[in-house]
Design a protein around this ligand. Structure first.
Ligand SMILES: *Cc1c(COP(=O)(O)O)cnc(C)c1O
Length: 365
């Protein structure tokens, strides 16, 4: 296939940003002989809490584990209802089931791809306990509206911040926008440890509960005293040592993503048939994904492919249409339509100006 760049190289949809510093840190941990959760994890937690502006941060081994811990901590139990969106990664919703709760889907807003606050109240019952708001693609949801509803009905807001490291809403950092925040450090996320996760909160009791839950229900102070059901969700010092370096890189890498997104939007804003991402006033969008809405997605994707540019569809099918989640066609029309239109194109920090030009040209064709 002919490549515009002419050198046969592919422009990847994501690229891990690991340097010599991470390698040195990992080697240091290996040489120390202390591989499991230890002082590196503690240091990572302290620095991450500082970044988010929360009192506490608790490290775990995935974003899924973070959401599970958060739901446990806020007290989600059997038959409790938790509201979230069907247009997300499955790991937003599965932890509700892990706690024996019931998933109640609410459709997303057409422009922001995030939960539509106007549709929430009609789904609230006397069993509703929480809303999991997803900051999809790196843009915070509408927390002002969410807080109003949460206060009125005494609900907790769980922030699925797995795609929104360093995003902001009204000057406040992601992780500190609801009552408890959940991050992922999976390989393709804005902060990458391979696997990993973090819970952020200002609630001391919840922080203790998360620590117990990740450690077989043991308090970290009294070993072999089991207070409740728990799991092994601990992060290793190896992971944390990568995370600590990644944390230092994050501001610069995030800015790079935002600049790249600006270049793409400038180049694509007048192109017929594609709609660049909408940015809500008062939010800092960190562009985990740069996602277009396309009238004819197949065509755009085909053109990108011809120019050796990767693209991705997040997500090709809303959760409720998977038989496991027992929904049906027409239940959430906005999510269903978006699933047919969205296309994520490269925005990662390693893109060159030439790459960005090629991407814009390929979409235009
Ligand atoms: C990545 C992701 C998760 C899960 O994180 P893992 O670390 O892969 O377990 C949850 N929700 C969203 C929106 C994500 O993008």
């Amino acid at each position: 296939m002919a490549s515009l760049s002419g050198d046969g190289s592919v422009i990847n949809l994501s690229k891990i940003q690991i340097g010599i510093e991470e390698k040195i840190m990992v080697k240091r941990v290996l040489d120390s002989g202390m591989l499991a959760q230890g002082r590196r994890v503690k240091e990572f937690e302290e620095k991450f809490a500082k970044l988010c502006g929360t009192k506490y941060a608790i490290a775990v081994n995935s974003g899924t584990a973070a959401i599970h811990c958060a739901l446990y901590a806020i007290g989600i139990k059997k038959d409790d209802e938790v509201i979230t969106i069907p247009f997300t990664f499955v790991a937003t919703a599965n932890p509700i089931l892990m706690q024996g709760g019931k998933i109640v889907f609410v459709d997303v807003d057409e422009k922001t791809f995030n939960i539509d606050p106007k549709q929430i109240e009609s789904k609230i019952t006397n069993r509703t306990k929480a809303i999991i708001a997803v900051n999809l693609y790196g843009q915070p949801a509408n927390y002002k509206a969410l807080r109003t509803i949460a206060n009125k009905y005494n609900l907790k807001i769980v922030e699925d911040a797995c795609q929104s490291h360093m995003a902001e809403y009204d000057g406040k950092m992601s992780g500190n926008l609801g009552n408890i925040g959940c991050f992922s450090f999976y390989a393709t996320k804005n902060l990458c440890c391979g696997e990993g996760g973090m819970i952020t909160t200002n609630n001391a009791e919840w922080a203790e509960q998360c620590k117990r839950f990740r450690h077989h229900g043991q308090s970290e102070k009294t070993k072999y005293e089991y207070h409740d059901l728990g799991y092994n969700y601990r992060m290793t010092d190896l992971t944390a040592s990568i995370g600590l370096i990644q944390l230092e890189r994050l501001p610069l890498l995030t800015n790079r993503r935002i600049i790249n997104a600006g270049t793409l939007t400038e180049g694509l804003k007048d192109v017929k048939g594609v709609t660049p991402p909408y940015q809500m006033i008062g939010t800092k969008h960190v562009f985990h994904q740069y996602t277009l809405k396309c009238k004819d997605r197949d065509k755009v994707q085909e053109s990108l492919k011809e120019h050796d540019i990767q693209s991705g569809i997040y997500y090709p099918k809303p959760l409720h249409l998977h038989p496991f989640f027992k929904g049906k066609d027409g239940d959430f029309p906005v999510s269903e339509r978006l699933a047919k239109e969205v296309l994520s194109i490269p925005v990662h920090p390693s893109l060159t100006d030439k790459d960005l030009k090629l991407i814009i040209e390929a979409v235009k064709k």
